[in-house]
Design a protein around this ligand. Sequence first.
Ligand code: AMP
Ligand code: MG
Length: 341
Amino acid sequence: MLHGFSARRNSLSFAGSLLVACWFVVTNVQAEWVYQHQPIMGTDIKLSLWHEDRVMGERAASAVMAEMHRIDKLLSPYKPTSELSRLNKTAAVEPTSVSPELYALIDKSLFYSRVSEGAFDISFASLGRHYNYREQKKPSVEKLQALLPSVDYRQIQINPASRSVFFANEHLQIDLGGIAKGYAVDRSIQILQNLGIQHATVSAGGDSRVLGDKRGKPWNVGIKNPRGKGEGQDGVALVLPMVDGAISTSGDYERFFIDSDTGERVHHIINPRTGTSVGGVASVSVLGPNGFDTDPLSTAVFVMGPIRGLALIETLPSFECIIIDRRGKVSYSSGLAAPEH
Ligand code: AMP
Ligand code: MG
C-alpha cells in the first residue's frame, strides 16, 4: 500500500493540486489521462486516471461524479430531504427503518465509537450542529451543558433484523461527516474497477484512495502543512508515494475560526466528552486499505491525541498513522520509517 515510504518535506506533488476547475484530457502515446474536479459534498472532489481508451476513461470519471452526487443527496445534513435528515427527524420518536447503505454507515460508526472508547461519535452532532464556522458562532455555555448528555453513541440503538435505528434521547442527532467521504472514495474506486479502470486516484477533501500506479510509478499523495498557505511548496508537509490504498487526513484547518474573546481555534473536530474543539493536534493522517476505515480512524485518533491515538493504531495491523501536533512535531506509527532529512 505504502510504496517505499520516504517523506520529502515541502515538495509539491499531489496530483490533485495540478487539477483545474473544469475537466480536460491530455493525450499521450500509450495512455489517455483523464482529470476531473468538482465541488460536491461541501468539499473538492478530484479524480485522476489513466486508461488506454479515452472514451471509457471519461465515462468512468463521470460515473464517479454521479456517485458523489448520489451520496451527497443521501447523507447531507444540510439537505432536508436526505435520508440522514429524515432519520434525524423521526429516530427519537420511533425506531426508523433505513436503507442498507445508511445502516452500514451507522453500524461502522458505532464500531469505531467502541474501538475508540467514544472518541469517534456521530452523535457529536446533537451539539455540533450549533457550531457555525462560516458565521464564527459556537454554542453558549448553557446550550453546551444542556446538549452534552445527548452526545452519546450508546444511546443510538440499531436493530439488524429490522434494519432500524432508534435514538434513546430526544435531542440526539447524528452526522456522518467523519466517515462519509472515506466511504465515497471507496465507492468511487469500486465503480472505476467495475468499468475496467486499473489506475486512478480519487480524493474527497482530506480522504484519498489510489488504485494501481501512475504509469509505472507510485502516485504521490500529499499531506498538507497544517499552517501552510496555498498549495505550493509551503502548502505541503509530506509527500507519500502510494500504490493501492487509502489515506485520510483530519485537520484543524479545514473548517475553523479564531474566537475573538479567547484567541482559541474553534474547529470542526469535536471532543464528545467536552463538546468543544480538540486542542493539541493539528492534523492526523491514517493509511490503510480503504477509506471506510481510514476516515473514521483519522477523526478518532485526532480526538484521542498522540499517545492514545498511536496506541490504538498499533493494535490495528493494516493501518499506519502520522500525527502533526500544534507545534509542528511529527509522530509516526511504528510501520512508517522516520523521514530522511
Ligand atoms: P474528518 O475531516 O474526517 O476528520 O471529519 C471531520 C468531520 O467529522 C466534522 O466536520 C464533523 O462532521 C465530524 N465530526 C466532528 N467531530 C466528530 C467526532 N468526535 N466523531 C465523529 N465525527 C465527528
Ligand atoms: Mg475522518
